[in-house]
Design a protein around this ligand. Structure first.
Ligand SMILES: Nc1nc2c(ncn2[C@@H]2O[C@H](COP(=O)(O)OP(=O)(O)OP(=O)(O)O)[C@@H](O)[C@H]2O)c(=O)[nH]1
Ligand SMILES: [Mg+2]
Length: 460
């Protein structure tokens, strides 16, 4: 059984070659273990070395006195460290063998290899971070755009924790108020109080719901948006992918049926991480490879958050185009009339009749490319403002808890209006407070913690 008393160690830098590599230790024996493998000129010991100052020396394997690597050691003593425990960082040359050897030696000297996210878990368990802040650390590590990073940064600095603490305080105040007048149930006071309490309760519900609603848009900055480029063969899908990415990612030829597999890449649209997917042209085919490609295209349509449906502007609409209109009916999509630099032969009334937005685009002149990017962004984020007011929620765990809390608070308000026994009211209030506590981690189970921290990388 793993204990919080253990001293743990991990390689905290990515696997592979780098300028430096860092092995990090945290726990009560971090300094003494590091000391037992460290040697420096003048024989200074780490146990008496100052905090937060780099000390130059060597890691020596105590088993055979072999010098492993030249290092800089940084000690951060409790409680002024990431985990609030004694932390030691050993920076060595950034080769995989060097860091792995150092890790092996410090483990042999009495530390244990850390579990994924265990450093951050300790920061949470030792009260340095709330649970939503700890989750923000993971979001920062995995942020794909600067906007994703900014949102996670706000969460790490405690915007959400503070907002939830504020709501929690107000709920506790309301409960206290109700309990006070439960003791003095004189009719007049009761009536006035009941109305006031209900009003204040509904204000809290509005706040909780606003936070929960922010998830709809904000989550895309964390999770990214999947956009599929679809259409019959040869309409210019792969050319569009290449234009959007500004690189020669997919093969383009004038032969219909060039793309056989899904081709994905990452695109940053105004800070929104977009996974853009080029697909095989959809048509009737007897050829096995092409059939499989088309099956994948259909799958991509099913999974995409947004679809760019291409229609060749230089040719009349054909049956395959009409079939595509059928396939994407009711989905969040834009009709892209491609090859806008060529004389127009397509008629638009059938496409326009579907009621989806329509734009003309040429990968030769660049016409329509910016407009397409804007419509991708607006497809899920039409109300998004960079200068937002207040905290946002990007994590589905948080949203679920908020929705449950809002449900309980609404029930509490109803119980109050119907003059039901106040014990029932208190139960609902308690459950709303518990839900909010689950987000920040004042109330947790090992199960929740394991689930959250296991998605971290080792060494964080
Ligand atoms: N004039 C003109 N030609 C284009 C444009 N976009 C693509 N093409 C040409 O159209 C042909 C097909 O382009 P692709 O991008 O391979 O088409 P695709 O939809 O990926 O085709 P499949 O992979 O076969 O489904 C190529 O010869 C491109 O050069 C455009 O905007 N203007
Ligand atoms: Mg293609």
């Amino acid at each position: 059984m793993h204990s919080i008393e253990d001293t743990i160690a991990a390689i905290s830098t990515p696997v592979g070659q780098g300028g430096i590599g860092i092995v990090r230790l945290t726990g009560p024996k971090a300094v003494s273990i590091a000391d037992s493998v460290f040697r420096c000129r003048g024989g200074k010991r780490l146990s008496s070395a100052p905090s937060r100052r780099a000390i130059y020396g060597q890691v020596v394997d105590p088993a055979d006195n072999r010098i492993v690597d030249e290092v800089l050691v940084l000690i951060m003593r409790a409680p002024n460290s990431y985990t609030r425990e004694d932390v030691v960082e050993i920076s060595s040359h950034g080769g995989p063998v060097s860091v792995r050897s150092i890790l092996e030696i410090v483990v042999r000297q009495g530390s244990r290899p850390a579990d994924p996210g265990e450093f951050t878990k300790r920061a949470f368990l030792n009260g340095r971070l709330s649970l939503d802040q700890a989750e923000a650390v993971l979001d920062i590590i995995s942020a794909k755009t600067s906007e994703s990073m900014r949102i996670a940064g706000e969460q790490l600095r405690g915007d959400l924790t503070r907002k939830l603490a504020d709501i929690r305080d107000r709920l506790i105040e309301i409960s206290a108020y109700v309990e006070a007048y439960l003791d003095f149930p004189e009719d007049e006071i009761e009536h006035a109080s009941n109305e006031t309490v209900r009003k204040r309760l509904m204000e809290a519900v509005t706040e909780v719901k606003r936070l929960s609603a922010s998830f709809e848009e904000a989550r895309f900055f964390r999770e990214g948006l999947a956009v599929a480029i679809v259409g019959r063969p040869n309409v210019g899908k792969s050319s569009l992918l290449n234009t959007l990415l500004q690189k020669d990612r997919a093969i383009v030829t004038d032969l219909p049926g060039t793309t056989r597999d899904l081709i994905e890449d990452f695109l940053n649209i105004s800070g929104l991480p977009v996974r853009i997917i080029d697909t095989a042209g959809i048509r009737k085919s007897d050829e096995v490879i092409e059939q499989e490609g088309i099956r994948r295209s259909m799958q991509a349509i099913g999974h995409a958050d947004f679809i760019a449906a291409l229609f060749d502007g230089s040719e009349p609409l054909c049956q395959e185009d009409l079939d595509l209109l059928q396939i994407i009916r009711g989905k969040n999509a834009v009709a892209v009339i491609s090859k806008a630099d060529l004389p127009r032969a397509v008629t638009l009334d059938r496409i326009a009749a579907e009621g989806m937005p329509l734009l003309r685009l040429s990968t030769v002149t660049g016409e329509g490319v910016e407009e397409l990017k804007k419509s991708i962004f607006a497809s899920h984020l039409c109300g998004w403002k960079e200068e937002r007011e207040g905290a946002v929620v990007t994590n589905v765990r948080h949203k679920t808890a908020l929705d449950k809390a809002a449900g309980s608070l609404e029930k509490a308000a109803l119980l109050l209006a119907q003059r039901e026994p106040l014990e029932l009211f208190s139960i609902e209030m308690r459950s709303a407070l518990d839900m909010i506590g689950e987000i920040t981690g004042t109330i947790t189970t090992d199960d929740i913690l394991d689930r959250i921290f296991s998605s971290f990388c080792i060494g964080k």
